[in-house]
Design a binder for this molecule. Sequence first.
Ligand SMILES: [Zn+2]
Length: 385
Amino acid sequence: MNHAIAKFPCQVCGMTALNEVLGFAELNRVTSDCKPFKCGGRLTVCGECAAVQKIPNDQWLREISEIYLHYNVYSQGGGEEQIVLDSVTGKPKRRSVVLASRLHETNQLPDIGWLLDVGCGNGATLRAFSDEFLTWKLYGHDLDVKPHESIRKIPRFDRYFTGNLENIDDKFHLVSMIHSLEHFQNPLSVLKILHEKVHDDGHLFVEVCNVEENPFDLLVADHLMHFSPSSLESISIQAGFAMVKLETSWIKKELSMLSNLHGNQSTPLRLDPIRTLSEIAKKVRWLRQLKDTALRASQENQNFGIFGTSIAATWVANYLGDEIKYFVDEDPSRTGRSYMGKPVLAPDNVPDSATVFIALSPKLASAIRERLSYLPLKFLQMPAL
Ligand SMILES: [Zn+2]
């Protein structure tokens, strides 16, 4: 075992049994607010519980403070949250709108209650929740000293908290963490603190990327944790929560976990650490191939674009530089703007005979390719993992 890694205990099971994923440190990274970021990350898999994680060493702590100093969420869409496909209606919607409506459908939440959204950013989740739960009072927590200006306008928004979560005196009927748990330096202790902030009959809701389905999330420099269903369930059970629901299809490639304080404690599925390490290493090799494939294709056709303006597209684009002529996006809040100094075009506006590289997981890429097959473009995608 590498000595620099050996002193860090696993964030989930606490054992000092982390194994480094070789080849990851050579890859460039990207920040969670979609900016290119230098290489040098340390990715590991726990040899005991198979949880996938970075290590919170001095370098990582320096990097995250650098990243949060200039953080700018959803800048590609002028602050608008990412659009996802609602798996129930099949319609494109903002992520938090989908989650609020799925949460409502569980019938687990009372008609009147208090929500605390930890990592509330510019208020996308609070806004969606305010529209869906018409009699709830809303509270937010984040790192900034003052709340984002758009939060104060949200109906029934009551109070913004910052600083140590322990200092929040109230208890809430729902505490939500939408893409925020993976950022914390010590996720287990955060969940233990939040356990104290949940009302006796309240719930915790956590949304994170699913490492089993999204290889690009590994590249996000400020994500310490890369949860699987198993590691997310394990860590929340250790914090004292009981599982109500753990969904993998509410949003594609993401985990949606609703838990409470008094349900039956389940036993999470145990993953084989050796097999997990080899699967993560395979994902890292696939990422390397992906950027090599994109680089070759961009040199073969000068009329070259990248599909998407999120994590994956940003990461590939950083390797390609001026070989890219434009980005292609279907989200109207993103088209017509410029991104990384290149125009963002709607699919219908891409010049004929262009090569468009779809930097997405093969399943999603195939769906997009099929939907846009009427266009006179050459779509490129990666083979299955
Ligand atoms: Zn572990």
